[in-house]
Design a protein around this ligand. Structure first.
Ligand code: ADP
Ligand code: MG
Length: 606
């Protein structure tokens, strides 16, 4: 080891180094500079120190032996050369030699002791070193051991984790195998379903082909049925007459409600008669009157094509009207009037309540019917083109309620006066705008526009509307691509001005003019209808703008319906009576056979 290498060879040095002479030794007691041993105080040991057990030098043993048995003559090993030289010094030869020997031995002993001490120290140092080294090694070993143990633990943990992972993956594998099996089963099922579906599809395709054939047959039958319906409608019209009158009694509402003057005889599913009790007769009660003949002298009975009581709904009304509006699609000219005093329900019947779907009147319902029926008739080859006009007649003047730009919101200009012209035996109004319409919603927007225009020409809308006639006209032109048939129908829905007579004889100016214009046109309407019904040679169409405008629509080949609207209240008795009389007169007229305009279908039924 390094320590061993560094260790000085103390023993060998002591035996090889020249032993100092006794003189030198003595001299050395007063140390001389440069003396080798003089560096340390050469002290004679008072007592010979027993040699350390570790020192086993031969010189030490000899020295010990010499101390125990000091025999002068005892032959000792030959003295070293120095000793021999000193022996030649003249002194007391025996003692001197011994003393010298003792000195030498002592010197040797001291040297040895010193060496021993050095060795001891070195030994201690080395021991310390080794101990330290050992401690270091031990702690290193412990650290190593701890590291190994930690490593082992880590390994153990890793092993645990790995075995868990393995278990998990085995579980997943099992799961996946199960899923695979399931999917395979499903796949097989789907394949089976697919082939089943293919079979079904084939069957269905065959069925569809068969159905398509059926559909063709049905469409042909539908056309035949449609022809039959039209024929039957014509027959019914012939039987009923082409001028029909319906009476509608408006309900009394609110606090103003009083006993009704109107009795509708019971026992009829579709009432056709009405009794108007005289003033003051309301207290008589409806029950007796309803039994049959009116008892009071001033109670009068009127007969109409239909009578609608106070409870009749808008839907019921339209149900009765729909046959007629339908015939406009068949190519007829149709006119529906609402006649009656102001407040009797004309506008309610024709237009209905805006914004209340159930209470919408004949105009919006007829429009809906046109579009719905046209869509149905399309299936059997019909295509229709609709166009609408709105106008009013005020003070015997015609005004377009739908002038160009009327649909745009904002202040509309007061409509211009229109003239009625004759061309080719037909009446027509140049400049009366006719707007093509494709659906009920568009038509409803046009109605709103017409209402706005109408309002601009009047400061008091309600008064104005009761003093003018309002006409909605729709033209319906149809063509059948399968049969080649064509139709050209027209629907005129007219909300007439109030029929009330102006009682105040003092009325002058505008009011007088208005009243006489209304009176003239309504009287003229009655006369025209009567003349048509009587097949009179002369029909006074030109007596009023109203009848003139409606000439074509009212002539013998048309269908006319008049609603007479009456109020059942006592205070309106006189007006109700006069309305009912007017309507009864119109109703009792016989009319000619209606003809529809248009080209008959090839091989048509009529
Ligand atoms: N059959 C009815 N059912 C409910 N309310 C009605 C009926 N007829 C008329 N009215 C109401 O009576 C009032 C006057 O009717 P309206 O149609 O304006 O009369 P006209 O147009 O003949 O002057 C309106 O408020 C209307 O809503
Ligand atoms: Mg009105």
């Amino acid at each position: 080891s390094e320590n061993a290498g560094n260790r000085p060879p103390a023993v060998a040095a002591s035996s090889k180094d020249p032993v100092p002479t006794s003189a030198a030794k003595r001299k050395s007691e007063t140390p001389a500079p440069g003396s080798e041993v003089g560096a340390k105080p050469a002290k004679r040991p008072s007592r010979p120190t027993p040699p350390a057990p570790v020192v086993s030098s031969a010189a030490a043993a000899k020295a010990a032996a010499a101390r125990q048995t000091p025999q002068p003559r005892v032959p000792v090993q030959p003295p070293p050369a120095a000793l021999v030289r000193s022996a030649t010094f003249p002194s007391r030869p025996g003692v001197g030699d011994l003393e010298a020997q003792i000195d030498v031995a002592n010197e040797e002993l001291m040297t040895l002791t010193e060496a021993n001490e050095g060795l001891q120290q070195r030994l201690e140092a080395e021991k310390l070193l080794y101990t330290k080294e050992l401690d270091e090694l031990r702690s290193a070993l412990q650290a190593e051991k701890a590291a190994r143990e930690a490593e082992a633990r880590a390994h153990q943990e890793t092993k645990q984790v790995l075995s868990e992972a393995q278990a998990e993956s085995e579980r997943r594998a099992t799961e996946l195998r199960a899923q695979k099996t399931e999917l395979e089963a499903r796949c097989a099922a789907l394949t089976a379903t697919e082939s089943e579906l293919r079979q079904n599809k084939a069957v269905l395709e065959a069925t569809v082909a068969a159905r398509e054939l059926d559909l063709e047959t049905l469409a042909a039958r539908g056309r035949a049925a449609e022809e039959l319906r039209r024929e039957m409608h014509e027959t019914i019209s012939e039987l009923k007459g082409n001028i029909r009158v319906f009476c509608r009694v408006r309900p009394q509402v609110g606090a103003a409600a009083e006993r009704s003057l109107v009795r509708i005889p019971s026992g009829q599913l579709e009432p056709m008669a009405l009794d108007l009790v005289g003033p003051g007769g309301a207290e008589e009660g409806g029950a007796t009157a309803a039994k049959g003949a009116p008892r009071k002298v001033d109670t009068q009975r009127f007969k109409f094509d239909r009578v609608f009581g106070e409870g009749a709904s808008q839907a019921e009304i339209f149900h009765e009207v729909s046959q007629l509006t339908q015939s406009a699609l068949d190519g007829y000219k149709v006119c529906i009037f609402a006649y009656g005093q102001t407040g009797s329900g004309k506008t309610f019947t024709m237009e209905g309540l805006r914004g209340d779907y159930d209470k919408r009147g004949v105009v919006p319902r007829a429009a809906e019917q046109m579009f719905t029926t046209a869509a149905e008739l399309k299936l059997i080859g019909w295509t229709y083109e609709f166009s609408a006009s709105f106008l009013e007649i005020y003070n015997d003047e015609l005004r377009d309620l739908l002038p160009a730009g009327a649909e745009a919101k904002g202040k509309a200009s007061v409509p211009a006066k229109l003239d009625i012209k004759h061309a080719g035996g037909e009446v027509h109004v140049p400049n009366l705008r006719s707007v093509p319409v494709t659906d009920a919603e568009q038509l409803s927007r046009l109605m709103d526009a017409a209402t706005r225009v109408r309002a601009t020409s009047a400061t008091k809308m309600n008064e104005h509307s009761s003093r003018s006639h309002y006409i909605f006209r729709m033209r319906l032109v149809g063509k059948n691509s399968k049969t080649g048939a064509e139709t050209d129908g027209e629907l005129n829905l007219v909300d007439l001005a109030g029929s009330e007579r102006t009682k105040d004889s003092g009325v002058t100016g505008d009011a007088m003019k208005e009243a006489s214009a209304i009176n003239l046109s309504l009287t003229s309407l009655g006369s025209v209808i009567s003349a048509i019904a009587a097949k009179s040679a002369h029909v006074p169409f030109r007596d009023s703008k109203l009848t003139h405008f409606l000439q074509t629509a009212l002539s013998g080949s048309s269908k006319t319906l008049m609603f007479v609207n009456v109020s059942p209240s006592e205070k309106h008795h006189q007006e109700s009576l006069s309305s009912l009389r007017f309507a009864a007169k119109v109703n009792n007229t016989e009319t000619g056979k209606a003809e529809k305009k248009g080209k008959a279908a090839a091989g048509g039924a009529h």
